[in-house]
Design a protein around this ligand. Structure first.
Ligand code: GRF
Length: 197
C-alpha cells in the first residue's frame, strides 16, 4: 500500500525537497501536499516547482486560537487523505488535541541529538557547551515538545572555528540524508532507530 505523506513547512523547505525527491520509483510513499503556516515561506514555490500541491494556512489571523488554526490545518490536509504528516522546519507547536487526532502518524526533524537541546537555538547551545558532536534527530511527535520516540539520529563533528552558520549547514546536510532514510523505514514499519553515519 502506497503511503500518502503530507509535509508541513514554515521556511525554506530544504528538508521538504529532500523528502519529496526521495519518494520516487519503488518508494512506498508519495508526497500528496505541502502546507505552510506562513504565506512567504520559500518552500511553497519549491513545492510548486516539484509538482506537489502547495497550500498555506496562515496562523496569524487565528492569534491565540490554536484550535482554530489546527481546524483550518486539518481542513487543508483532509482532502489529501495523508497517512503520515512530516514536519519539516514547521515552526508551530501542535496542541495535544491535534497530536491525538493523528497519533503515531506525525514525524518531526529536530536539529540536535535529542534528548539534548529540545526547543530553539540548538547550534548555539551545542557550541556554548563545547560539544564535539552535534547532529539531528527524527522523532515521532507526541504532546511533549521534541520528546517523542526517536526514529533516527545523524551525527556530525563540531569542528574548531565552527560558527552557528557553519555548524547548521553541516547538520542540515545530515538532515537531508537522515529524514528520507527514516521516512522510508517508517513506511516499511521498521521501528528500530536508524543511526547515521
Ligand atoms: C531545519 O534545520 C530543521 O531541523 C529545523 O528547521 C530547519 C528547516 O530548514 N527544524 P528547511 O526549511 O527544511 O530548509
Amino acid at each position: 500500500m502506497i503511503r500518502r505523506v503530507a509535509i508541513l513547512i514554515s521556511g525554506a523547505g530544504s528538508n521538504m525537497e529532500a523528502l519529496v525527491r526521495s519518494m520516487v520509483r519503488d518508494h512506498p510513499a508519495r508526497p500528496v501536499v505541502v502546507v505552510s503556516n506562513t504565506p512567504d515561506a520559500a518552500g511553497l514555490a519549491r513545492a510548486d516547482a516539484l509538482g506537489v500541491p502547495a497550500a498555506c494556512v496562515d496562523h496569524r489571523p487565528f492569534g491565540a486560537d490554536r484550535a482554530g488554526f489546527e481546524a483550518a490545518l486539518d481542513a487543508a490536509l483532509a482532502p489529501h487523505r495523508p497517512d503520515l504528516i512530516a514536519l519539516a522546519g514547521f515552526m508551530r507547536v501542535l496542541t495535544p488535541c491535534f497530536v491525538d487526532r493523528h497519533a503515531g502518524r506525525i514525524l518531526n526533524i529536530h536539529p540536535s541529538l535529542l534528548p539534548k537541546y529540545p526547543g530553539l537555538h540548538t547550534h548555539q547551545r551545542a557550541l556554548d557547551a563545547g560539544d564535539t558532536q552535534a547532529g539531528c534527530t527524527v522523532h515521532e511527535v507526541t504532546a511533549a515538545l521534541d520528546a517523542g520516540p526517536i526514529l533516527g539520529q545523524g551525527r556530525v563533528p563540531v569542528l574548531p572555528g565552527d560558527t552557528v552558520q557553519t555548524l547548521a549547514a553541516r547538520v542540515r546536510d545530515m538532515e537531508h540524508r537522515l529524514y528520507p532514510a527514516v521516512l522510508r523505514r517508517r513506511c516499511a514499519d521498521m521501528r528500530r532507530p536508524l543511526m547515521l553515519p
